[in-house]
Design a protein around this ligand. Structure first.
Ligand SMILES: [Zn+2]
Length: 173
């Protein structure tokens, strides 16, 4: 902690910053890991400053309409290195979880759009609309057709995107 009480965020050599690890009053929580190793999620949460702006804007708007936290997983590892994605190397791509009906958070709060008992489609649509309102958001992959239809075709199918939404921003806004 700095003297001011403001934590210093780790920064990599490319100018990406580690996402603040979900302070208590944040509208999001963090999950994920690197290479399946528990407790390493933060190592894959280096974000471009523009991505941080998007996250902070959406979390404020989200907190105004909902008291659940949304889950943020992999963004990028430090210094643009490749890990278990072909993408996610520039800090401009991020995976988030669909919204659950309950308030569960943490690594075990995984949820697919087919888990009808826990998946909250209406809330997920609201969250997606917030992201799409931001001018820096370029595309979203998520396989729930109802979400795709409700958002004017800006959310698209991509293999393996049943339990998370891939959100990508423009590299140069
Ligand atoms: Zn992704």
């Amino acid at each position: 902690m700095a003297a001011s009480g403001v934590p210093i965020q780790p920064r990599d050599q490319l100018g990406r910053y580690m996402l603040p690890q979900a302070p208590e009053d944040a509208g999001y929580y963090v999950y994920g890991n690197v290479g399946g190793v528990p407790g390493t999620g933060h190592l894959a949460q280096y974000a471009h400053p523009n991505m941080l702006s998007v996250i902070f804007w959406v979390e404020r708007e989200w907190q105004a309409i909902d008291d659940r936290k949304f889950g943020i997983g992999n963004i990028s590892v430090a210094n643009g290195l490749k890990y278990d994605h072909h993408t996610h190397m520039k800090g401009i791509e991020m995976d988030i979880r669909p919204v659950r009906k309950d308030k569960m958070v943490g690594h075990a709060a995984r949820c697919s759009y087919m888990d009808t008992a826990v998946y909250d489609r209406e809330a997920t649509i609201k969250l997606v609309r917030l992201f799409l309102q931001h001018p820096m958001v370029r595309l979203i992959y998520f396989n729930d057709e109802k979400v795709q239809q409700a958002t004017g075709g800006r959310v698209k199918y991509w293999p393996d995107h049943n339990d998370h939404l891939h959100i990508e921003i423009w590299e140069r806004p």
